[in-house]
Design a protein around this ligand. Structure first.
Ligand SMILES: Nc1ncnc2c1ncn2[C@@H]1O[C@H](COP(=O)(O)OP(=O)(O)OP(=O)(O)O)[C@@H](O)[C@H]1O
Length: 383
């Protein structure tokens, strides 16, 4: 078999056009790397302009097809990262005034972290809220999107009652803000009663999630945490499509059976190409106020899952009464008592996330072009 060259592949990739910027990805310096392996397998890394770039599928197919036109290429693996601030400024310059990088609502969101679990009730929402509080306490700008459309509890856990988000002059939905400047958005804000039963059909779910990502004025955030519904369903698939750069954190409890269930959500994350960045073990024994611990759910499940997935165990959070009370009263424990054993576990996990944050944290300084206001056209179900 004849050996192809990097230049040939690069040349072939000139046929892949960025539909938003109307230029090819080679010209735009979006081809980060090309690696050629034995047997004609080629790995291409494409740099996207934003972590929330909605056109990843376009590039995935386009790059694979273009590279395959080169003689000798047998298979193409396409993966993605995000342009650095510097590269983005260079690109902005290249495009000239008004050239316009995408100004989507997530254009200034640095890290998107989905928090998932194999089954309900393992404390995913409680941890999401407290992780947000811990990150905010570290000086990070944080947003929380409650994508648990069937069992949303984030508004209650942040003490947000019947408020409804306002809409800005630019027709963007303004997230509600809580302590630490945390921006919060939940389907619950639009449904009234917490237990309103909504039958979510595929297209409606897709539309609602897209709106949460595109029509909400998230602004500049270091972290957007997304509370997923338990299990492996439509929401995760849709989000994976919309957010190719999102990372996945899996919450599990310590017993071996829970680990088996949690593994399923890891498999789902793999299937949709979301990178799993760590495991958090919740309910790691019961901690008494005096610090005594009882391993009521067994031990070791979090570590075993992390080992199996080859990712770090970011933190272990014990069962404590104050954590549950804080969730019920709408005051995240990490804010009210950062030294509680549960808060300490969450804070450790948050520090792990900061250490793993794939993207440098200073604010992107890309001046958004004066885009025409997009009508919000609320398709979210109203109470
Ligand atoms: N470490 C903990 N210590 C004490 N209580 C906890 C702990 N983790 C969670 N809880 C409590 O367990 C209950 C379930 O937690 P939570 O609602 O966060 O789970 P979940 O996984 O998000 O569930 P679902 O996916 O069904 O919404 C809540 O009452 C919460 O306060």
């Amino acid at each position: 078999m004849r050996g192809m060259t990097h230049d040939e592949i690069r040349k072939a990739l000139e046929s892949v056009i960025d539909p938003e910027l109307h230029r090819n990805i080679v010209e735009l310096d979006m081809v980060r790397s090309i690696e050629i392996h034995e047997g004609g397998v080629v790995d291409v890394v494409v740099s996207l302009t934003t972590p929330g770039c909605p056109i990843r599928n376009h590039f995935q197919t386009g790059v694979a097809n273009a590279a395959k036109t080169v003689e000798g290429v047998t298979a193409v693996n396409v993966s993605f990262d995000v342009l650095t601030d510097q590269q983005k400024s260079a690109l902005q310059q290249k495009l000239g005034r008004g050239g316009g990088l995408p100004s989507g609502a997530l254009a200034e969101v640095q890290n998107v972290i989905c928090v998932g679990s194999g089954k309900g009730g393992v404390g995913k929402s409680t941890l999401t809220v407290n992780l947000a509080a811990a990150l905010a306490s570290e000086g990070k700008r944080v947003g929380v999107l409650d994508a648990d459309v069937w069992g949303y509890s984030i508004p209650r856990m942040f003490g947000l009652g019947a408020q409804r988000p306002d809409v800005s002059a630019e027709r963007k939905i303004l997230p509600l803000e809580v302590e630490g400047g945390i921006k919060v958005m939940s389907i619950g804000f639009f449904l009234g009663e917490e237990d309103s039963a909504v039958v979510w059909r595929g297209p409606m779910l897709h539309k609602a999630l897209t709106q949460f990502l595109e029509d909400v004025a998230w602004g500049a955030l270091d972290f957007l945490l997304i509370d997923l519904p338990p299990g492996t369903g439509d929401v995760s698939m849709t989000l994976a499509q919309l957010l190719p750069q999102a990372k996945f954190v899996i919450v599990t409890t310590p017993q071996p059976t829970a680990q088996k269930v949690a593994r399923r959500s890891a498999e789902m994350a793999n299937k949709v190409n979301l990178e799993i960045c760590g495991v958090v073990e919740n309910m790691t024994g019961f901690a008494t106020p005096s610090g005594e611990r009882f391993a009521i759910f067994g031990e070791g499940g979090g570590q075993a899952l992390a080992d199996e997935l080859d990712v770090p165990l970011l933190g272990q959070v014990p069962l404590t009464m104050p954590l549950r009370e804080g969730a019920d009263s709408g005051q995240p424990l990490v804010f009210t008592n950062p030294d509680d054993p549960a808060s300490q576990g969450v804070r450790q996990a948050a520090r792990g996330l900061v250490a793993l944050a794939p993207i440098a944290l200073p604010t992107l300084n890309v001046a958004p072009p004066a885009a025409p206001a997009q009508p919000v056209g609320m398709s979210l179900p109203m109470a």
